[in-house]
Design a protein around this ligand. Sequence first.
Ligand SMILES: Nc1ncnc2c1ncn2[C@@H]1O[C@H](COP(=O)(O)OP(=O)(O)OP(=O)(O)O)[C@@H](O)[C@H]1O
Length: 308
Amino acid sequence: MRRQGCDSEMNTVLEPKPMPNFVETDYIRDITSRGLTYMKAGFPVHFRGPSGTGKTTVALHLASKIGRPVVIIHGDSEYKTSDLIGSEQGYKYRRLDDNFIHSVHKYEEDMTKQWVNNRLTIAIKKGFTLVYDEFTRSRPEANNILLPILQEKMMSTSSSNEEEYYMKVHPEFRAIFTSNPEEYAGVNRTQDALRDRMVTMDLDYFDYETELMITHAKSGMSLDDAEKIVKIVRGLRESGKTEFDPTIRGSIMIAKTLNVLNARPDKTNELFKKVCQDILTSETSRVGSKTNQERVRGIVNELIDLHS
Ligand SMILES: Nc1ncnc2c1ncn2[C@@H]1O[C@H](COP(=O)(O)OP(=O)(O)OP(=O)(O)O)[C@@H](O)[C@H]1O
């Protein structure tokens, strides 16, 4: 997607362009076409799944299919509602200093209040597609503003100007959400009321073909070599013995690193083994426990022997 224009630094609007290197397999086509159907029926779509299952990429792809400009918001625990919809701003002060009499400072007050739109309001007003990535990272109080938008197709802005107080949602406004349930623990669960108003599609790790095609497309590595790496990463995931599952990012990182080294995935290549161990232990053990790392190294070595 290309950047189309900015209402301000915060308000980037993207042109609905297909992404370069986007891989479309049956798996991806199935998710996209179901998602598009729900959107056409007027329902917001919510992609939910662990890290690295393609939520953001699929959400952006779906947004590009809708064909309207796209506005992206990334959930943030610091957000207040005003960060989403905007706020009233004004009361500009100008200080006039008298160069000759140092004690003279005069303030000129400009009393005009203005409603300054933020990303959500822009999408609602202009009928753009909103992609709200990791929306559960924002606090429920901030996200409450979405309820009347999705339900009554109305938004209250809290502007003191009567005409701006209620805003009608543009008929072409669409919303796509993503969230990672692993992050819900102790943080903000999806609010039931919000979840009731969207169709949630659970994404799991990619199927074999998709994982292979993405690794190949993102690294430029041959299909045969990419296949060896994907088998190692999937084998580690399926072992169920890691603290965190390795994701497609691990496959892409290994493939790209081998390209830089001009090396191939081959069990006789010690450097290849080290690269796999480094990348896969770092991806799967976040607290850095020695036992975990040793275990992962052992499984990776066995998988390298088996697949390369
Ligand atoms: N269809 C696709 N075509 C090409 N690359 C893809 C595709 N889907 C995902 N990817 C790549 O896979 C990786 C993970 O995808 P993505 O970031 O969308 O996952 P995610 O579930 O949103 O992860 P996280 O929760 O960690 O943000 C990225 O490098 C992304 O570019």
